[in-house]
Write a protein of this length. Structure first.
Length: 95
């Protein structure tokens, strides 16, 4: 699940215009090893695609437990990330 919010760019905060990411897990998500693996996957996908996300967006990713979560590969996370960002409309316009 992905939530996002536009930052208030009228202020003079040092980080204005940046894209920020927060990751939360459902309380009963598998175990620490799998949780940390998902964090690495999500952070890497975020870093790789950061240039394609509009400036001034705060993202909150909530990871829920799903059967077979332990076996999820990086490519699946990457594909899902792009699908979610497109549906949310937070990608930059292609010119």
């Amino acid at each position: 699940m992905l939530f996002w919010a536009e930052q208030d760019l009228s202020g003079t905060s040092a980080g204005k215009g940046r894209v920020r990411l927060a990751i939360r897990f459902q309380k009963k998500f598998v175990n620490a090893v799998v949780r940390n693996r998902f964090k690495r996957f999500i952070r890497e996908v975020f870093r790789a695609g950061k240039g394609g996300i509009r400036e001034g967006v705060d993202l909150l990713v909530i990871v829920r437990h799903h059967e077979g979560a332990e076996k999820v590969k990086f490519g699946i996370v990457k594909d899902k990330w792009m699908d979610i960002c497109q549906k949310a409309g937070i990608l930059k316009e292609k010119s």
